[in-house]
Design a protein around this ligand. Structure first.
Ligand SMILES: Cc1cc2nc3c(=O)[nH]c(=O)nc-3n(C[C@H](O)[C@H](O)[C@H](O)COP(=O)(O)OP(=O)(O)OC[C@H]3O[C@@H](n4cnc5c(N)ncnc54)[C@H](O)[C@@H]3O)c2cc1C
Length: 397
């Protein structure tokens, strides 16, 4: 919500090019955005809270912990069950650094009453980048400190390059190969970068160093539930590999930390738990997005991954500045990149950066799921002028 509002602001500010006067002076009312977000989230939660009871499911409100292999204790009362599904989500990590308590996590950032003037983000994964881009476009001075050699390491290299250019345009500073040492009382981040001690002064420090699953607090060892790092180690039926009466879904199973994964896995685990293992999870074609500005969407293999696997990978590209809809919208930064197998034309991966990348990539995912060849998608009819046309044009290229 924060990102989509700031994306609108960023786009509107460029309205001068489209003949909209005064657009470049638009400013964000941070407090109003946060308050609107709180109202909308509260209305969503209200509907969700009531739904299980409407379906006849008893809901116990409290913190559950294992009291025995088949027993869960909630607020002093113990309930037993033949089968148990763990769906306790994850929480932001607080790295073991001196002064880590001075930093804030994404949970706290979205409740800040004031927009920080200087934000230092520790961690260059998708959460750090999403907040970094949003706040930078909204006027904060953002510095991202990444421990490894690259931010968002799972991205296709070319797509990352375009994202890094956009980060520069947004005024962000990205420092890689950083070892954060401490956060001082005045919120300065003390680190080692480029072989030297460096200081990064901040008004807020966002800790975006991953999200461990919330399973340890449940005392999983009481039920013999083995963990893989912090998540339940499960098989393809979402069943604990060490306690066959326990299943886990969503962030508690830890495979992919995305909402649709939790929604997909919940019914599968429930069915397997109640009727016997019958449904396996399938993540062979799994689209995902990073809500940076511009956004990134990807499905399947990157070019490097395909080559590393020994596939005869080729690529075709369609830059957004060849797409009339992108031109009309004045959003010509971006590209579609298709990775495919030479000869068979099997689509191995689709990577998009630019306006609505998060939607566009789903065309690629549907084509891959349907087993369509690159040229078959490239020969399809499509609506003109649309950003989605860039996917079909990239397949035809
Ligand atoms: C900043 C941020 C941005 C994100 N953006 C996206 C995005 O754009 N798209 C996307 O798909 N995903 C996004 N995600 C990830 C997504 O929110 C999670 O993957 C998803 O919510 C996981 O669902 P879940 O049901 O496993 O856990 P949750 O939604 O976290 O639900 C777990 C529930 O279990 C409760 N619980 C925990 N412990 C106990 C206990 N002991 N007893 C009883 N109840 C307990 C918790 O209070 C919570 O209500 C984002 C996450 C973050 C933090």
């Amino acid at each position: 919500m924060l990102v989509s509002t700031i994306e609108l602001l960023t786009r509107a500010r460029r309205g001068k090019d489209l003949g909209i006067n005064g657009a470049e002076n638009l400013r964000l009312d941070w407090r109003a955005v946060i308050e609107r977000k709180d109202r909308i989230v509260a209305s969503w939660s209200k509907g969700k809270e009531a739904a299980p009871e409407k379906l006849g499911t008893a809901v116990l409100r409290g913190k559950g912990v294992f009291a025995g292999p088949h027993e869960i204790a909630v607020d002093g009362r113990t309930y037993s069950a033949e089968k148990i599904i763990i769906a306790t989500g994850s929480r932001p990590a607080r790295p073991p650094l001196p002064g880590a308590e001075i930093g804030i996590t994404s949970d706290e950032l979205i409740h800040l009453k004031e927009q920080p003037h200087r934000l230092v983000v520790v961690g260059g994964g998708f959460i750090g980048l999403e907040f970094g881009f949003a706040l930078a476009w909204a006027g904060s001075k953002v510095t991202i400190l990444q421990s490894g050699p690259q931010v968002a390491p799972a991205l296709d290299d070319e797509i990352r390059e375009i994202l890094l250019n956009a980060a520069g345009e947004a005024g962000m500073t990205i420092v890689t190969n950083v070892k954060v040492k401490a956060i001082a009382a005045d919120k300065t981040v003390e680190a080692e970068a480029g072989g030297a001690a460096q200081k990064f002064p901040a008004d807020q420090v966002l800790l975006a160093t991953g999200r461990p699953s919330n399973v340890e607090a449940l005392r999983p060892q009481v039920a013999g539930v083995e963990l893989d790092r912090s998540a339940v180690r499960v098989n393809e039926y979402l069943q604990s590999v060490s306690a066959s009466h326990v299943y886990a879904v969503g962030d508690a199973a830890g495979k992919h930390q995305h909402s649709p994964v939790a929604w997909y896995e919940g019914p599968i685990a429930a069915q397997n738990a109640l009727k016997g293992n019958d449904r396996k999870v399938d993540f062979t074609i799994f689209p995902s997005a990073i809500f940076t500005i511009p956004a990134v969407g990807q499905v399947g293999l990157t070019e490097k991954e395909a080559l590393t696997r020994g596939l005869k990978a080729k690529v075709s590209r369609m830059p957004f500045d060849y797409n009339p809809a992108a031109g009309v919208r004045n959003e010509t930064e971006g590209m579609v990149k298709v990775v495919y197998e030479e000869g068979t034309e099997r689509i191995l991966g689709v990577h998009v950066i630019g306006a609505r990348a998060e939607d566009l990539v789903q065309i690629g995912a549907a084509a891959m799921r349907g087993g369509l060849k690159k040229s078959e998608v490239g020969a399809m009819h499509y609506v003109f002028p649309t950003l989605g046309g860039a996917i079909f044009d990239a397949m035809a290229a």
